[in-house]
Ligand binder design. Structure first.
Ligand code: FAD
Length: 318
């Protein structure tokens, strides 16, 4: 079922969903299942599976020289989606990236999704690779998420990249896109970023999932501005509980988001990561309860492959 159909069927009730990341190349999928299992009691109608960008790795050639190779360290997004769908009878949402994929490769993936009965996809640009100053699409690839949305929407209309005769089994993807309550880091202003979001919706996006935020006021203001701009699709808040001290530095640095002073003070008082994790859980519970009371369609959690803190939060909120 489509994410938007789940929202319609819920008739105003807030639902639970979460995002997982594929295991590192060579690791078993079992750890992923072990982390999904405890979350299934909260009946997620869908689970998102991220896609990683390729990155350079260095292989020792044995003669003192290093070989530089471009590789994806966490492959398997589509396989994981198919296996979770089958194992748990739940909808899955693979993340599709512009970065690192040609339009042709994207089309192949969409065809695979269609045959697998996966009819939700998240359309994302992806970040620049570590060695790049700014994002560079692959030759023949989509540049912005809006271009990817257009490609998916074209396919929904039966338009493949090259003419296909007799399309009698049309794909019908529900398309999710990213939104940024504190604006995307490359965008000159929130208003300009919202105009880009509107372009994605006008191109066919059906719903928005937000970047993590720690101050609900930022989400509420974002939704209000989006509505003023004519963005009417559901805007699902993304929640990430702080789990370790490192998050306090890297989350604002990587995502250019603000951490509220009260949260910083609460973490400062902690003596170890176990206490920090507890502060993160309690903060996310408060955030979630307020968002739920405001009637958000879903509370979508960034699990980063670990479920214990998400389970604690969900057990207090759902
Ligand atoms: P876009 O919507 O293309 O926007 C990128 C930037 O370009 C913005 O600053 C925007 O304002 C600007 N812009 C847009 N269109 C134009 C235009 N036509 N001309 C000029 N400027 C323009 N990353 C991953 O690698 N894998 C994942 O699985 C993944 N999942 C994510 C899930 C969610 C919910 C979110 C919020 C982010 C996720 N990301 C993921 C991160 C995402 O790829 C990055 O934030 C990326 O830098 C931007 O992606 P986007 O789809 O928002 O890009």
């Amino acid at each position: 079922m489509k994410v938007t159909e789940h929202i319609e069927n819920a008739k105003g009730k807030t639902l639970f969903s979460f995002e997982i990341i594929p295991p590192q190349k060579g690791k078993s999928i079992q750890e992923l299942y072990d982390n999904i299992d405890p979350l299934m009691e909260f009946k997620p109608p869908f689970i998102d599976v991220t896609t990683s960008r390729e990155e350079f790795i260095y292989i020792d050639k044995g003669n003192g020289l290093l070989d530089k190779k471009l590789t994806r360290m966490r492959p398997g997004t589509l396989g994981i989606c198919a296996s979770i769908k089958h194992k748990y009878n739940v909808d899955t949402v693979p993340h599709l990236l512009c970065g690192g994929f040609t339009q042709e490769e994207t089309e192949y993936m969409l065809v695979d999704c269609h045959y697998l009965g996966i009819n939700n996809v998240m359309a994302l640009r992806g970040d620049a690779m570590k060695h790049e100053q700014s994002f560079v699409p692959k030759d023949g690839g989509n540049h912005y998420a809006v271009d990817l949305v257009r490609q998916i929407n074209d396919l929904n209309c039966g338009k493949y990249l090259h003419e296909v005769m007799d399309v009698d089994n049309r794909a019908d993807f529900c398309i999710g896109v990213a939104g940024y309550p504190e604006k995307h880091l490359e965008s000159p202003s929130l208003q300009s970023d919202l105009r880009r979001l509107k372009e994605k919706v006008d191109a066919g996006a059906d719903y928005v999932v937000t970047q993590m935020f720690f101050d609900n006021a930022k989400y509420f203001a974002f939704v209000e501005k989006a509505r003023e701009m004519g963005i009417t699709v559901p805007i699902i808040p993304g929640i990430k509980p702080i789990a370790v001290q490192k998050h306090m530095q890297i989350l604002p640095q990587i995502f250019r988001i603000d951490l509220p002073e009260d949260l910083i003070h609460a973490v400062d008082k902690c003596k170890n990561n176990a206490e920090i994790k507890q502060v993160g859980v309690e903060w996310a519970i408060q955030q979630s309860k307020e968002l739920k009371a405001a009637g958000v369609p879903f509370l979508h959690y960034y699990s980063m492959g670990k479920s214990e803190n998400i389970r604690q939060i969900a057990s207090q909120v759902f």
